[in-house]
Design a protein. Structure first.
Length: 290
């Protein structure tokens, strides 16, 4: 059954959000099954990590699960996950058959739809997803690390601009946002003239993103806009801890408090409604299994 969900944060009907959470927990169970079978590490970050600590489950208004993996663990997962989960899931990313408008991979449930406003503007009909944030090695010296973060941010931005029709997003918002969308829309017209543009941009991005692979003890999610705040040191990662999350458990960094404070500030304080965020899709369909 499809549900049309228009607008911004706060427009889910409670029973629909509950059903979405149940679907995502089922997806998490399948993801964890592969990880446990093949001894692959992962950990919760961002809103999901806050949910673990503050709510022992989803943040009440959140509508996704954010999972992170070091690149070595992600590459190991991708050797097994797509094959073992192929009956129910497909995987989406810049180096896969199914691509998204950004450079972040995701595990997507077949037969479903969760179309965010940006995905709609990119002409995509994506399904209910589990985000996978790849944590890349970056220089231990933060001044040097910022050089890598800025370079990858540049190519990440080009990729998004090339794939999203920002003219579709001009309606609504303040003047500054409208102007940014118009400028991005114009830039896209030029980027679309470049042959094999997506492949060329991704090649540049991955060159810098993996340039310190295995050489340092500092990591961050270079595919995310918050890369400069999301970093973690290796001695903060292990041994990982497992904490309650809804009807299951979630792996967390050993020193998750330090990483959360860097990334999210006072994460134990519940924000006012006007500061809350979620994906609030334009279209949501739980598929034939619903």
């Amino acid at each position: 059954m499809a549900h049309k969900v228009y607008g911004s944060y706060g427009e889910y009907q409670p029973e629909i959000l509950e059903k979405l959470h149940k679907t995502q927990l089922d997806m998490l169970a399948d993801f964890k099954m592969v990880c446990e079978k093949h001894n692959i590490n992962y950990f919760a970050i961002a809103g999901t990590a806050i949910g673990v600590v503050r709510h022992q489950g989803f943040i009440p208004w959140d509508d996704d699960i954010d999972i992170a993996m070091l690149r070595k663990d992600y590459e190991k997962f991708m050797k097994f996950g797509p094959e073992e989960l192929k009956d129910r899931y497909e995987f989406m990313g810049p180096d896969m058959e199914h691509k998204y408008y950004n450079l972040q991979p995701a595990m997507v449930k077949k037969g479903t739809k969760l179309v965010t406003e940006t995905a709609w503007a990119a002409g995509l009909k994506t399904g209910i997803f589990l985000d996978i944030f790849i944590y890349e090695n970056i220089p231990d010296d933060m001044d040097e690390a910022m050089k890598i973060i800025k370079k990858t941010n540049f190519y990440k931005l080009l990729y998004v601009i090339r794939n999203v029709n920002f003219f579709k997003l001009v309606k609504g918002g303040d003047f500054s946002k409208k102007l940014k969308n118009i400028i991005s829309g114009i830039l896209r017209l030029f980027l679309l003239l470049v042959p094999n543009g997506n492949e060329r941009i991704y090649k540049k991005y991955i060159k810098y993103a993996t340039s310190y692979y295995g050489k340092t003890n500092t990591y961050t999610a270079l595919c995310d806009p918050g890369a400069s705040f999301m970093w973690v040191k290796e001695d903060e990662i292990y041994p990982m801890v497992e904490l309650p999350y809804e009807n299951t458990t979630m792996k967390m960094l050993n020193k998750y408090e330090a990483q959360l404070k860097r990334h999210m500030g006072n994460y134990m304080e519940i924000p006012p409604e006007n500061k809350r965020t979620n994906h609030c899709p334009k279209e949501l369909d739980f598929g034939p299994e619903a």
